[in-house]
Design a protein around this ligand. Structure first.
Ligand code: GLC
Length: 773
């Protein structure tokens, strides 16, 4: 039974926090803080007096918090102070957030009002409808039972952040509950006019983001939880994976076919079978006798190699990783010192305690040998963590309840050093949702330490709020069925609206048997998703791009070729995500918040502001209705124009899908490449899709694609604008190349206006080009 805290007695300040005591229960305090002008924090603490310790934030910077967090990456000191505010002013700013807090003997709950027409988005990786209003679910990372679908309660990554949007005025706000234990979220199910989040324990911390636009909410949220660093450009290409390519010969064969048949591709991935008995950081000496030679040969063809690493460490006295971990006491134990043991691929395993800096550093350094051999990126899987069975537990096997670490395992974190970056020791039940993220962090930081001038590429399956700082994410084990194409969209859109921009799904479907048409439509879906990888479960028929012959193979190639041509556009969006937390794949409401219809669309998405992709998810379909927001929209493939603010039936024969460009947009494209770094982007094609009297502007971002130099300003911006007059059009180009000069000699300008298409080539350089109509 929860008791609401309804009467408060103001007590004064401690540091940046304003403290109120509950009149109902004097052992409960509310502490509010104003961070910058748009972020507020209120925490409910079950304690009669505030502990005045300051805790370092996870990134080890100079910032601190009054409590320990795995999620927050910006300390209180790093926010601008709101100037000197009178106490009255502070109280009235915080006042709206001091309501809706309640306590029960072992739980704390925050309840926020929901306006009648408000929609709820975000909340990480979840199946079901995009708008989470009316749903209740646990926030608790789990490997769901095989074949997840709309009824699945929880997935590999959950994020306790939501964004509320009111269509009438287009206003948005955000709420984050900073907690990595289980949260019971109720987004208006038990009470239609309230959203609540309840946690166990003695502290409930919430951050409030005032927006007022969805873009501002995400910018504020990612200012707090961190942003995705730019990944290496090759990781934005097409990836080819399978559980598993079983030998060096098989990998070489896949690479050879990929190149022979001109399927653009940047990497091949090795799933668990490359290892020696599923021991992390080893190679099977028979099937992969000379990884270095293999990797060099692949790289000569423009193909990078990515390897999987899971947390489960095989119990084997002759295995050095196990020996080292045991010797230094790096594995998770119960409070009484007993090792936690669970079954994964190698059989009985122990699990690194990633809550400890020294364990993360050790694990991160283990990647050294893979990197020396030339491995380009790392895939972290099974890091919820997932156990393949519960042989070591007496309790009955219940796939969703018991396939993870025991609640009572103790993560030792900072040990005695409780105010340091790892914080105080914590039971697994309070650390659980951070386990996967801290593994990804250990990988990311390891790669960065080992190769300081390269951008790490890490893909993770599990994470929580803040995981974008370390890794991209895919939605795990989907199924080869039509519904999974549809389901992928709201799931990835909500991940983007939870700060995780680099997301994608297994092309072709993981479980089950794919077919030519399904695989192709999956490829068309993923062609414009941030992460683009073909992957398939063990023992399933092959589903590489060529697997089902024509006409599917050519159509698959064509979809991925479009991605590669659009690389300058996509890469610029990655940069935008890295700078502002902006999603790459955006729900329609993101740019059209007041468009009622746009708020409901979850079977199409925007890629940046200018492209709208509406994949086909029905067998045999050769067209589909697409809702186009206000404006004019142009078919990418045919140049046909469609009016906005309504529905249009758009043709989608097998070799294309509805892909529309918003009128008055400039789309940058490059020459077709078989891998992202094959040639310089020269000529840079600027296609201006114009309406009469239209004006379009665009800023292209470019850098070397792989190093950290961009962090120090080594990048180029090209500003382009296009304006349509009565009988001529001007295209103006401004080059900002002081620190980085993109290797190009030529611009190709293509102008679509009034049913005409005009082309013109110009040498690089700034200036105004006048095109007569
Ligand atoms: C998990 C992953 C999947 C991988 C498999 C074997 O099911 O989600 O992608 O192929 O494990 O490693």
């Amino acid at each position: 039974m929860f008791t609401e805290i309804s009467q408060l007695r103001y007590q004064g300040t401690v540091g940046r926090e304003y403290i109120w005591q509950s009149v109902e229960d004097s052992s409960c305090l509310l502490a509010g803080a104003i961070l910058g002008s748009q972020v507020l924090r209120v925490r409910l603490v079950r304690s009669a007096k505030l502990d005045e310790s300051r805790y370092q934030i996870p990134d080890g910077g100079t910032g601190t918090l009054p409590y320990h967090s795995w999620i927050v990456a910006r300390g209180d000191e790093q926010w601008p102070t709101a100037g000197h505010l009178q106490e009255d002013a502070v109280h009235s700013i915080l006042e709206p957030y001091l309501h809706g807090w309640s306590i029960a003997p072992d739980m704390l709950r925050l309840t926020r009002p929901l306006a009648s027409e408000e929609r709820i988005f975000g909340l990480g990786e979840r199946t079901g409808s995009m708008n989470k209003r009316g749903q209740a679910f646990p926030i608790w990372n789990l490997d769901p039972p095989q074949g997840y679908g709309p009824q699945t309660v929880t997935m590999y990554t959950s994020i306790p952040f939501y964004l509320g949007l009111t269509q009438a005025d287009g206003r948005a706000y955000g709420v984050l509950v900073d907690h990595t234990g289980r949260i019971d979220a109720d987004m208006g199910q038990s009470n239609a006019s309230a959203a609540s989040m309840a946690v166990r324990g003695d502290s409930l911390v919430a951050y409030f983001f005032t927006g007022p636009s969805a873009a501002q909410v995400l910018s504020q949220y990612t200012e707090l939880t961190g942003r995705m660093p730019l990944p290496p450009r090759w990781s934005i290409g097409h990836h080819q994976c399978r559980w598993s390519y079983l030998s060096e010969e098989q990998v070489r064969q896949v690479a050879a076919i990929t190149r022979e048949r001109n399927h653009p591709c940047d990497s091949i991935w090795l799933d668990i079978d490359y290892m020696d008995g599923y021991r992390n950081f080893t190679w099977n000496p028979t099937t992969f006798p000379d990884p270095e030679r293999l990797i060099n040969d692949l790289r000569a063809q423009g193909i990078q190699l990515v390897t999987i690493i899971d947390p489960g460490t095989k119990i084997d006295e002759h295995y050095t990783v196990y020996q080292q971990g045991l010797e230094h006491d790096y594995f998770c134990r119960y409070q009484d010192g007993k090792l936690f043991i669970g079954n994964v691929w190698p059989g009985a395993c122990v699990f690194p305690d990633y809550s400890q800096s020294k364990v993360r550093a050790w694990w991160g350094n283990l990647y050294g040998s893979l990197l020396e051999q030339g491995v380009a990126g790392i895939w972290n899987d099974m890091n919820e963590p997932t156990l393949t069975n519960m042989m070591l537990k007496e309790k009955p096997v219940d796939a969703t309840e018991l396939n993870t670490m025991d609640d009572e395992v103790l993560h030792r974190a900072g040990g005695e050093q409780r105010t340091g970056i790892d914080g105080p020791p914590t039971l697994h039940k309070f650390f659980h949702n951070a386990y996967g993220m801290e593994m990804a962090r250990s990988t990311y930081e390891g790669l960065l330490r080992l190769r300081p001038n390269s951008r790490p590429f890490v893909l993770t399956r599990s994470g929580t709020a803040g995981v974008q700082r370390y890794a991209g994410l895919w939605t795990g084990d989907n199924t080869s069925q039509w519904y999974d194409i549809l389901m992928a969209m709201p799931m990835c859109l909500n991940l983007g609206m939870s700060g995780v921009a680099f997301v994608g799904v297994d092309i072709g479907g993981f479980w089950g048997t794919s077919n030519g048409e399904l695989l192709l439509r999956f490829a068309q879906l993923a062609a414009l998703m941030p992460f683009c990888r073909n992957h398939n479960a063990a023992n399933n028929p092959f589903q590489e791009p060529w697997a089902f012959g024509e006409p599917f193979e050519s159509a698959y190639r064509k979809a991925i070729e479009a991605r590669y041509r659009l690389m300058p556009y996509l890469y610029t969006l990655f940069h935008e995500a890295a700078s502002n937390g902006t999603p790459i794949m955006r729900p329609l409401y993101y740019h059209y918040p007041q468009d009622e219809q746009a708020g409901d669309i979850e079977d199409a998405f925007l890629v940046g502001e200018s492209l709208l992709s509406a994949p086909i998810y029905e067998q045999g379909a050769t067209s589909r209705p697409v809702y186009l927001p206000a404006g004019t929209w142009i078919d990418y493939w045919t140049g046909d124009e469609y009016p906005g603010d309504g529905w249009s039936e758009i043709p989608a024969p097998l070799d294309r899908w509805p892909l529309l460009i918003r009128g008055d947009s400039i789309l940058p494209t490059g020459p077709l490449m078989q891998y992202t770094g094959q040639y310089p982007t020269d000529p840079l094609t600027l296609t201006c899709y114009m309406t009469s009297d239209g004006l379009a502007t665009y800023t292209l971002y470019q850098d070397d694609g792989n190093s950290q130099a961009y962090q120090k300003g080594t990048f180029a911006h090209t500003d382009i604008s296009c304006r349509v007059f009565q009988d001529f059009v001007t295209v103006e180009i401004e080059e900002h190349f002081d620190k980085y000069r993109p290797p190009r000699k030529e611009y190709e300008i293509i102008l679509h206006v009034g049913g005409k298409t005009l082309r013109q080539k110009e040498p690089t350089g700034q200036g105004k080009i006048v095109i007569r109509l």
